[in-house]
Design a protein. Structure first.
Length: 322
């Protein structure tokens, strides 16, 4: 059974699709899973256990200059790569026009079918072409967690019950463990940020508990914030250099845990099964935060923002031995 998963972006969405891949490999006899993903996230998808082949694309870049010679050449290369195999099932887990286009381009084996979500879920984007392209549109619970939506859809496609065990299958690199707490303060939306003075106060508490602190960043604004925190917190706080996603995942995996806002790096922390506290300024944790099965992670939700005391208490709970 050769299966193609179409989940292109973004970082958190790619991570959230990993348990569905693990379920299919466990529950579908002879399953072989390939994955179409944006090139920037291909290294992460390739680390998902059991993925036979990642097929990178650059739709975000190509649509900026669709008629450019380089774009046309890259598009032909992507199509040739996609057509290296015929698929028994093509599953669009994204639900957007761009993912529908990729699903339509994929070649089916004899008797193969394309599957897509039949409806939108709360808080997620959805575009009708995904349903038009599909041979089978699968109804999903409108109030689904992002992880559970993909798992439920794949279970419906192949007729198995969603396993009780939650596995992301994100492989971690080797290296010595460190008593280091990673502070993931960067996110794509300003309203998801936690106040800077809260980060500094939390950082001082963690240093008092014997942790060193790591401050990753993915933009100039985030780097400037990391440097402000490091200046306030002293030599126990290190601003990490700008790292590739692969290197960043390996480095986080060796740390003692992560405190972060709702962002891709926080979702990687969950997939790595690190002790993790995820901070929400509004109640969307039910659809993107750690699930109850993730015993070493929890969400803290409050408006306008969770208190330092609440986040510190959650950290103590997830790092408590046993």
């Amino acid at each position: 059974m050769r299966i193609l998963v179409v989940k292109l972006s973004s970082l958190g969405d790619v991570v959230h699709a990993m348990p569905a891949v693990q379920d299919m490999l466990r529950c579908v006899p002879g399953a072989q899973v390939d994955w179409v993903v944006e090139r920037g996230f291909a290294a992460l998808a390739a680390r998902c256990e059991g993925v036979a082949r990642t097929i990178p694309c650059e739709l975000r870049r190509w649509r900026k200059a669709p008629l450019a010679r380089e774009t046309r050449a890259d598009w032909r290369g992507f199509r040739a790569d996609l057509h290296r195999a015929d698929y028994d099932a093509v599953i669009d887990l994204q639900g957007l026009t761009k993912s529908a286009l990729v699903a339509h381009m994929a070649r089916l084996a004899g008797g193969g079918r394309r599957y897509a979500m039949a409806n939108r879920t709360e808080g997620s984007s959805y575009e009708a072409p995904t349903r038009w392209v599909a041979d089978v549109a699968v109804a999903v619970d409108p109030q689904s967690h992002a992880v559970q939506r993909s798992r439920a859809m794949c279970a419906e496609v192949f007729g198995y019950a969603v396993p009780d065990e939650l596995r992301f299958g994100l492989r971690r690199g080797a290296g010595p463990a460190q008593r280091c707490a990673v502070l993931v303060h960067g996110t794509s939306r300003e309203d998801k940020c936690w106040p800077e003075d809260h980060w500094v106060a939390l950082g001082r508490r963690l240093i008092a508990q014997g942790y060193t602190l790591a401050l990753p960043h993915g933009s100039e604004a985030e780097e400037a914030r990391s440097r402000r925190f490091a200046q306030a917190l002293g030599p126990e706080a290190e601003v990490w250099p700008r790292l590739s996603l692969d290197a960043l995942t390996d480095r986080m995996a060796r740390c003692a845990g992560v405190v972060g806002v709702d962002s891709g790096l926080s979702h990687i922390a969950v997939a790595l099964d690190l002790p993790h506290v995820q901070i929400y300024n509004f109640d969307t944790a039910w659809r993107t935060g750690p699930l109850p099965q993730a015993r070493r992670q929890r969400s803290v939700v409050a408006q306008p923002a969770p208190t330092v005391e609440a986040v510190a208490a959650a950290w103590d709970a997830v790092t408590m031995p046993g």
